[in-house]
Ligand binder design. Structure first.
Ligand SMILES: [Zn+2]
Length: 318
């Protein structure tokens, strides 16, 4: 992808394109932003710029180097992901040693360190050494949810760029291209729920966004019903797919937050939240919200989905 094709973030794009034109990229860059704002895509574009062999207009997107970067098979672009435990002290030491070895074929070597919120202080300190005495022709790109989770000493040696959700219109356009068979109103609704965050919108559509929202609302109305069976049947539908279950729980957490607000008189748009707020005491609502937030956390573990659903149904009725 070319920088001009990156959605939203006009200021950031302008700033970066000027730096690229002048050829004054700082040797270390931190890209911060919420999940789904395109940090990885931006890092890929910068990496492509660094390895591109075109005379001008880098990255050209056409040269052999750009092609390899696009396919993520360029030997001079090294990826390390904190999510995959690749940013431990030992891994950072390896990166540090390798960074001083000349690039294989590109003019520069690029290290993309993603999910740096998982890089703990000792690893950051180990990394600091290479930032203090940066090797020639090496570009470091770090992505992180918030730069504030990195040590001040690391931050001060890097240039920080902030990425923001591109907006609802851009999300709709991109999702439409990705899912040509999806209903446009459904896509727009999902983009709105995701506040114009493209990554989140795409993920939600992929994991059955609209369906997840609907099921979350149904579960909420079933909580207040007098018989247990409807709730058990509805939560049973979460066993089909873990990603879908995560999506439903995320939607439920949003309704629960609305419910807490509605219980203290704040106006909210979710009808399911309003209904529950009318029927239940504040204490009961707070407990239900707590159960849902816990359930969402439990889904991050390798829990058996059948047991999880039975437990969720029981806990929501107590
Ligand atoms: Zn190129």
């Amino acid at each position: 992808m070319l920088l001009s094709e990156f959605a939203g973030n006009a200021e950031l794009k302008y700033e970066l394109s000027e730096i690229m034109k002048r050829g004054t990229l700082p040797h270390a860059i931190i890209i911060e932003g919420a999940a789904g704002t395109g940090k990885r895509t931006l890092a890929d574009i910068i990496a492509q710029y660094c390895v591109c062999t075109a005379e001008s207009g880098r990255p050209c997107g056409k040269c052999n180097s750009c092609m390899k970067a696009e396919k993520k098979i360029h030997p001079d672009i090294v990826y390390a992901d904190g999510e995959k435990k690749e940013l431990s002290v030992d891994s950072i030491r390896n990166i540090r040693t390798a960074a001083y070895i000349k690039p294989n074929e590109a003019p520069m070597k690029v290290y993309i360190l993603s999910n740096c919120e998982k890089m703990l202080a000792p690893a950051q300190n180990a990394f600091l050494k290479v930032l203090e005495e940066p090797p020639q022709n090496v570009q470091f790109i770090m992505t992180v949810k918030s730069a504030s989770s990195m040590l001040q000493t690391v931050r001060s040696r890097a240039r920080i760029f902030s990425a923001y959700p591109a907006g609802i219109e851009d999300s709709v356009k991109i999702a439409e291209k990705r899912f040509p068979n999806k209903d446009i109103d459904e896509i727009r609704h999902t983009a709105e729920i995701c506040d114009g965050n493209i990554g989140m919108t795409l993920q939600m559509i992929e994991n059955g966004g609209e369906e997840a929202q609907k099921l979350a609302e149904e579960i909420f109305s079933a909580i207040t019903q007098s018989t247990e069976y409807p709730l058990l049947a509805l939560t049973g539908r979460l066993t089909a797919d873990r990603n879908f279950a995560v999506n439903v729980l995320d939607c439920m957490a949003e309704i629960a937050a609305d419910c807490v607000k509605a219980s203290v008189g704040v106006k909210v748009s979710s009808q399911a939240a309003v209904n529950m707020a009318e029927r239940y005491s504040r204490k009961r609502i707070a407990e239900t919200a707590e159960h849902i937030w816990n359930a969402r956390k439990i889904l991050n573990t390798n829990v058996n989905l059948n047991l999880f659903c039975t437990w969720l149904s029981a806990v929501l009725r107590t």
